[in-house]
Design a protein around this ligand. Structure first.
Ligand SMILES: NC(=O)c1ccc[n+]([C@@H]2O[C@H](COP(=O)([O-])OP(=O)(O)OC[C@H]3O[C@@H](n4cnc5c(N)ncnc54)[C@H](OP(=O)(O)O)[C@@H]3O)[C@@H](O)[C@H]2O)c1
Length: 335
């Protein structure tokens, strides 16, 4: 199976790293595009190792010459011209418009490619459109968009809903690792500013942490879950979204004294979604999820609550989600 990577940052490089380490998977990278660091196309396959060496030295132009190698096509041209079976979209998530990733996906379908997204924008904002353009002919996968490689769609969408007819009536989750890390550190006695600074030092929080701490990253994931599980396209202004900036150490201490924990909870039902800090009893599986870990609880009529706990970000973790999608598509193509 031939793939192309749109975006070659943390996630794209993680995918190249995984494929380089597993040549037996028979997945070949034929195209790579970045925003400012060039692009490459070689129908016979690019070397994952040489791609990583080139990008680590600053630009894909450092990739060695090879017969038939094309350089610096713009991403849309690369998508249209390349003979790849799958486009992997791992450029930055845009929660205002979903662009340019949405146009990249359309170009991929129009030129005969399936699509795997780590990019959350199109799945959060234009899911029905995306599926409409894919039609029956092309597959769309997005495991990495929520909980990175922790298989929340493989469990919830594929296993419960699609394969076993077990509906999901309600979803609750801790879907932002940065805020969960901060709340956990505050539970151990740090104040908010110290906990945020530590999250930034460890690379969990961005220099501008607004999207995380104000709840907007979690809200984007709520929109994705609402689309996938309930077919309900929410707008950001239709959700109640509150972050963790108003939580004080006194709030944390009074919850601890009552045997409870503060968590930033995403709640999604067929009627809508919200993001808000909540005090959970320690008996709730979500209350015990600490650090940058994520978790999701599916409410089902037959099994009751089922909770999945695992990584929500990271290079190898997110690349694993992309790889699982690629292998899933590869299996269906082989049929
Ligand atoms: N990192 C995670 O743990 C994680 C987890 C789940 C989902 N995701 C999602 O996965 C995607 C990639 O994340 P990341 O951490 O790999 O980001 P990143 O390190 O910032 O890399 C983004 C890549 O996209 C390229 N790019 C920027 N604008 C582009 C454009 N208009 N067209 C094509 N390529 C463009 C960048 O190129 P330049 O460097 O040249 O600008 C870079 O190669 C994001 O949508 C993110 O939300 C990430």
């Amino acid at each position: 199976m031939k793939i192309m990577l749109i975006g070659f940052g943390v996630v794209g490089q993680g995918v190249a790293g995984l494929l380089g380490a597993r040549p037996q998977l028979d997945i070949e990278i034929v195209g790579v595009a970045t925003g400012t660091r060039g692009s490459l196309y070689l129908v016979d396959g690019l070397s994952p190792h040489q791609l990583l060496t080139a990008i680590q030295s600053g630009h894909l132009d450092h990739y060695p010459d090879a017969p038939g190698l094309r350089r610096n096509l713009d991403p849309l041209q690369l998508i249209r011209d390349s003979k790849a079976d799958v486009m992997v979209e791992c450029s930055p998530s845009n929660f205002q418009t979903g662009q340019p990733a949405f146009d990249y996906c359309r170009a991929a379908f129009a030129s005969g490619k399936h699509v795997v997204l780590a990019n959350k924008g199109p799945v959060a904002l234009r899911y029905a459109n995306l599926m409409g353009f894919a039609g029956d002919q092309y597959q769309v996968r997005y495991e990495a968009t929520v909980m990175a490689g922790t298989p929340c769609f493989a469990l919830g969408e594929k296993y419960f809903v699609r394969e076993n007819g077990c509906p999901i009536s309600d979803i609750r989750g801790i879907l932002n690792g940065t805020t969960n890390y901060i709340l956990t550190q505050m539970g151990d006695g740090m104040n908010y500013a110290e906990a945020l600074a530590q999250a930034q030092q460890l690379g969990y929080a961005e220099t501008d942490p607004t999207a995380d701490v104000e709840g907007w990253d979690a809200a984007g994931k709520a929109m994705i879950l609402s689309n996938v599980f309930f077919g309900n396209q929410l707008r950001r202004n239709e959700m109640s979204v509150q972050g963790i900036t108003g939580i004080t150490q006194a709030d944390i201490a009074s919850a601890h004294a009552a045997g409870e924990r503060w968590k930033l909870i995403v709640q999604v039902t067929p009627a809508g979604a919200s993001v808000q800090p909540m005090r959970l009893p320690i008996s709730d599986p979500l209350a015990g999820v600490s650090g940058a870990t994520n978790a999701i609880t599916f409410k089902t009529p037959l099994l009751g609550d089922v909770t999945l706990i695992g990584a929500g970000a990271g290079r190898a973790e997110t690349a694993f989600g992309v790889l699982a999608d690629l292998l899933d598509i590869q299996r269906t193509l082989g049929r």
